[in-house]
Design a protein around this ligand. Structure first.
Ligand code: HEM
Ligand code: PLO
Length: 483
C-alpha cells in the first residue's frame, strides 16, 4: 500500500556546518524536556542535526507506533556510539547492537531463557518473593528516624538478577556487591548522555574525564564477570541450564565458545556471553530499582493513594498470606499505580536511539536510510491531548468507570515492536510483587521535619529520583517484622 506523501518535508532546526544544530540545543535542559519544548514550536515531528548526524525526533504516539511497530523492522537499527561501543565491545550485546541476523538469534536466546524462568513456572516468582521477604524484614527493622531506601531496594533487585544470571546471592555488606553497585553507578553517570564524543567520535583521542571514568568502571565490571564466566564453565553440567549464563553457553555453537578458532559472523562468542550477562545485570537493576523508588517517592506525596492500594490489598488478599502473581488480576488499582509511576517518570524518557535500516517514511514524510530516530516517550507520556493534567499523579486514569484496567494508546514505557524491552515481563512481575508485598506489610511516611521527595529527577542514562528519606510503619499483623 502506498500512503499519500505528506506535503513539505519534516520541519528542521537551523544548522551550521560542522556544528549542526548544537548551538540551538543549549539552555541546559535535559533532552526529553528540551525536545518537548521544541515540539511546541516545530510540531510533534521535527528534525535536527547532532553534529553531522541527521536525527528525527518523535513526540506523538501515532508516529511512535508507526516507527516502533508498523515499520518496526525499517527502524530497528542502532547507531554506533563511542561510549556504548566501549561498554559492549562494539555491539556484542542486545540493546546497543545493530539489527543483524546474529542479533536476532542472540535476542531470541536471551528472551527464551527469561521465559524459561518466567511466566509459566513458579521458579522466578519464588526467587523474587524470597528477596521481597528479606527486603520487608530489613525495612521493618530499619531506622525509626528515617532512612534512604535506595540501597536496600537496589540490593534486593541486584540479588534477583544475580540469581537469574549466575545463581549467586549476596548478603548485606558483601564487598563484591558493593563493587557491582559502584561500577554500575559510574556507568549510569557516564554513558551515552548525548555527550560530545558520541557526536564527534574523534574527540575520544583527547583526555576526557567522563570517558576515563567510564573505562575504569568497565574494567572493574569485566574482571568480575570474566571470573564468574570462568567459574561457570568449570561447574557447568549437561543438564538443564541453571541460569542465563548456562543458557547462553549452551546456545553457543557446540557450547565451547571461541578459544581456538577465529570467530565467525554467525556465532556467539565468549564476548557476546559476557556482554549479555553484563547488560542483563545493568538493565535489570537500574530500571527496576529506579521505577520502584519513583513510585515510593510519589506514594509519599500521595498518602491517599497508598491507603487506597492498602484497602484493595486488605479486601483481596488480607494479612494472613503472601501476595502472589495470581492475585494480579484482582488488584487493578495497584496495577494502575505502577503504570502511572512509569508514565509520569519513564526511566528511559528518550528511548535508546533507533536508526533507519532502509529508506522509509514517517507520517508520510520520506526518511532516508541511516537517519537516527529519537522517540521522546516523555512528551508522549505528558501529551495534554491524551492525558488530563499530565503532570499530576492520578492512577485512576488507568481505570474505566467500572474500575477495570485500561491501557491508553499513549502509554509505551517499554517501547514496542522488534526492539521492545526484553525484560518487560520480568519487570512487571518484580514491580507487582515488590509493591504488593511492601504495602501489605508496611506504610511509608516522610520522616518528621524532612521535606517531601524532590520529583524533578536527575538524568543519567536513566531518569533517577534524587535521594530521599522514608520512615516505615508496620501494618497490623506485621509488627514483629514478619519474621
Ligand atoms: C530495552 C524500558 C526493565 C532489558 C528497553 C527500552 C525501554 C525499556 C524503553 C528501549 C526500547 C527501544 O529502544 O525502543 C524498561 C523499563 C523497565 C525495564 C521501564 C522496568 C521498569 C528491564 C529489565 C531487563 C531489561 C528487568 C532485563 C533483565 C532490556 C534490554 C533492552 C531493553 C536488553 C534492549 C532491547 C533491544 O534493543 O532489542 N527497556 N526496561 N529491561 N530492556 Fe528494558
Ligand atoms: C546501566 C548500567 C550498567 O552498568 C550497564 C547498562 C546496561 C544496559 C542499559 C543500562 C546500563 C541502563 C538502562 C538501559 C539498559 C539497556 C536498556 C535500558 C539503557 C547502561 C533502557 C531503559 O532502555
Amino acid at each position: 500500500v502506498t500512503e499519500p506523501l505528506a506535503r513539505g518535508s519534516i520541519p528542521c532546526l537551523p544548522r551550521l556546518p560542522f556544528l549542526g544544530s548544537l548551538p540551538w540545543l543549549g539552555g541546559g535542559l535535559p533532552p526529553h524536556l528540551l525536545f518537548t519544548q521544541m515540539s511546541h514550536r516545530y510540531g510533534p515531528l521535527f528534525g535536527l542535526y547532532l553534529g553531522p548526524h541527521y536525527t528525527v525526533v518523535i513526540n506523538s504516539h501515532q508516529h511512535a507506533r508507526e516507527v516502533l511497530m508498523q515499520k518496526g523492522k525499517d527502524f530497528a537499527g542502532r547507531p554506533s556510539m563511542v561510549t556504548t561501543n566501549l561498554l559492549t565491545r562494539g555491539g556484542k550485546d542486545i540493546a546497543f547492537s545493530d539489527y543483524t541476523p546474529l542479533w536476532k538469534h542472540h535476542r531470541r536466546l536471551v528472551h527464551n531463557s527469561f521465559t524459561l524462568f518466567g511466566e509459566g513456572t513458579t521458579r522466578l516468582q519464588d526467587i523474587v518473593l524470597s528477596e521481597v521477604d528479606s527486603l520487608c524484614v530489613e525495612l521493618l527493622s530499619s531506622e525509626k528516624q528515617g532512612f534512604d531506601p535506595s540501597s536496600a531496594v537496589t540490593r534486593a533487585v541486584t540479588n534477583i538478577i544475580c540469581t537469574l544470571v549466575f545463581s549467586a546471592t549476596y548478603r548485606h555488606g558483601d564487598a563484591e556487591l558493593q563493587e557491582v553497585i559502584q561500577y554500575n553507578n559510574g556507568i549510569v553517570e557516564t554513558i551515552a548522555r548525548g555527550g560530545l564524543v558520541d557526536i564527534y567520535p574523534w574527540l575520544k583521542v583527547f583526555p576526557n574525564k567522563s570517558l576515563s571514568k567510564l573505562k575504569k568502571c568497565i574494567t572493574i565490571r569485566d574482571q568480575l564477570l570474566t571470573r564468574k564466566l570462568q567459574e561457570h564453565k568449570l561447574s557447568r553440567s549437561d543438564g538443564e541450564p541453571r541460569d542465563l549464563l548456562d543458557a547462553l553457553l549452551k546456545g553457543q555453537t557446540g557450547g565451547q565458545g571461541q578459544k581456538s578458532s577465529e570467530p565467525k559472523d554467525d556465532e556467539l562468542t565468549d564476548d557476546h556471553v559476557l556482554m549479555t550477562a553484563a547488560e542483563t545485570f545493568g538493565a535489570g537493576v537500574e530500571t527496576t530499582s529506579t521505577t520502584l523508588l519513583w513510585i515510593l517517592a510519589y506514594l509519599l506525596h500521595h498518602p491517599e493513594v497508598q491507603e487506597r492500594v492498602q484497602k484493595e490489598l486488605d479486601e483481596h488478599v488480607g494479612s494472613e498470606r503472601t501476595v502472589t502473581i495470581s492475585d494480579r488480576g484482582q488488584l487493578p488499582y495497584l496495577n494502575s499505580v505502577i503504570n502511572e509511576g512509569m508514565r509520569i517518570r519513564p526511566v528511559s524518557p528518550v528511548l535508546i536511539p533507533h536508526t533507519a535500516m532502509t529508506n522509509s517514511s514517517i507520517g508520510g514524510h520520506i526518511v532516508s536510510k541511516g537517519t537516527r530516530v529519537l522517540v521522546n516517550m516523555w512528551s508522549i507520556h505528558h501529551d495534554p491531548r491524551h492525558w488530563d493534567k499530565p503532570d499530576l499523579f492520578k492512577p485512576e486514569r488507568f481505570l474505566d468507570h467500572r474500575g477495570q484496567q485500561v491501557t491508553p494508546s499513549s502509554f509505551l514505557p517499554f517501547g514496542a515492536g522488534p526492539r521492545v524491552c526484553v525484560g518487560k515481563s520480568l519487570a512487571i512481575l518484580e514491580l507487582f510483587l515488590f509493591l504488593s508485598s511492601l504495602l501489605q506489610r508496611m506504610s511509608f511516611r516522610v520522616p518528621h521535619g524532612a521535606p517531601l521527595p524532590n520529583l524533578q529527577g536527575r538524568l543519567g542514562v536513566v531518569l533517577q529520583p534524587l535521594p530521599f528519606k522514608v520512615v516505615v510503619i508496620p501494618r497490623a499483623g506485621w509488627e514483629d517484622g514478619g519474621k
